[in-house]
Design a protein around this ligand. Structure first.
Ligand code: ATP
Ligand code: MG
Ligand code: FE
Length: 355
């Protein structure tokens, strides 16, 4: 089904058009980074207002490219995310679907990240996701492995505190490197020595969560070290001293090795036919190269999305919407309510809609 997709869950306004097999015909993303950068984080009210302005413009661009004819499905992010931002997208998508008499698919944002490693930007059909695929979703709000089973992602672990992306952002903020922190920390870490500082991984004693992540201790340790060294904030963020580069390289190496640490156990336990990574932190160069290397060494197929499909985008929402629609799951354009949070039981389960 040729699909229009809309994603406005946080601070990226995005629209996409997909061919019937998940071919990406267009994927427009307008980032609000510049709007929120002075505040070192996303300001919800500003984000929602921006979506209101930008979404119609992006739709106009799709119209001009002649991409809005013959649509068969509208997909939109229902949650989780910022409620004001979600409302802009869900209202727009509902109205559009109703006016054109098209079926509407309400997608969980995480479902979108989960399908993204199996998509491409060359206009080829999306790959089928094999049962048993193991996917690490690492983003601003999530750090979890999911096992794909009967069309759904079942979470295998979670973070006990901060998400990996959040920790990149907070460490960068403490050093005065701006927002979002992931990309700049990643770039600077390339020139540092990852063995300069050692950070010991957390020990989680809970027998039901021994493979859970925990990143807040690392965040505090890195910020404390930066303060001790007089690097928080950096006096010249454009020209960080050697010690800062080493600290960032050691920090990045710790995050990546902790993220990949549960792989062995999960692979032994579930024998996945493919291992994938998704979400904004899957843009990280070290994570990408280490996961590829792991795949070559272990002989397990690895899938990592192209960079533009790691951070938030509507293309992944469109694909997840197509899979939902194919399973007969559709939403009512006159009654679609976004939800801010989800209590995780797997990507097929829905949030309560309550905040
Ligand atoms: P969620 O998907 O959990 O709701 P989100 O949508 O805000 O959260 P994404 O847009 O998927 O998250 O990812 C944004 C996060 O990815 C930010 O925290 C950002 O710092 C991080 N990130 C982006 N690029 C990189 C990189 N190269 N290295 C590390 N982190 C990165
Ligand atoms: Mg974002
Ligand atoms: Fe996201």
């Amino acid at each position: 089904m040729k699909t229009l997709a809309i994603e406005t869950s946080c601070d990226e306004t995005s629209v996409a058009v997909l061919g019937p097999q998940g071919e990406v015909l267009a994927n427009l993303v307008s980032s609000q980074v510049a709007v929120h950068a002075p505040y070192l984080g996303v300001v919800p009210e500003l984000a929602a207002r921006h979506h209101v302005e930008v979404l119609p413009r992006l739709m106009g661009a799709l119209e001009q490219q002649g991409l809005l004819g013959d649509l068969e499905l509208v997909a939109v992010t229902q949650g989780p995310g910022l409620i004001g931002s979600l409302l802009v997208g869900t209202c727009y998508a509902s109205a559009f679907a109703y006016a054109r008499n098209l079926p509407l698919s309400a997608v969980d944002h995480l479902e979108g990240h989960l399908v993204s490693p199996f998509m491409n930007l060359e206009g080829r059909p999306a790959e089928a996701i094999p049962d048993g695929a193991l996917t690490l979703v690492v983003s601003g709000g999530h750090s979890s492995y999911f096992l794909f089973s009967q069309g759904r992602g079942v979470p295998l672990n979670r973070t006990r505190d901060d998400a990996a992306g959040e920790v990149f952002d907070k460490v960068a903020a403490a050093l005065g490197l701006g927002y979002p922190g992931g990309p700049v920390v990643d770039r600077l870490a390339e020139n540092g020595d990852p063995s300069a500082f050692r950070f010991s991984p957390p020990r989680i004693k809970d027998p039901h969560g021994e493979l859970d992540f925990s990143f807040s201790g690392l965040k505090s340790a890195v910020i404390r070290k930066a303060q001790e060294l007089g690097l928080a904030p950096l006096s010249d963020p454009q020209n960080p001293p050697r010690e800062a580069l080493d600290l960032l390289a050691s920090f990045r190496a710790a995050v990546v090795s902790w993220l990949l640490a549960p792989l062995e156990v999960f692979c032994q336990r579930y024998q996945p036919p493919v291992v994938a990574a998704a979400g904004g932190v899957a843009a990280n160069r070290l994570l990408r190269s280490e996961l590829q290397r792991w795949g070559e060494a272990s002989g397990v197929r690895v899938r990592i999305p192209p960079l533009a499909l790691t951070t938030d985008n509507a293309a992944m929402i469109g694909r997840a919407g197509q899979l939902r629609a194919a399973a007969g799951l559709l939403a009512d354009p006159l009654g679609l309510e976004p939800y801010a949070r989800v209590s995780w039981k797997g990507s097929g389960e829905r949030g309560t809609g309550k905040r």
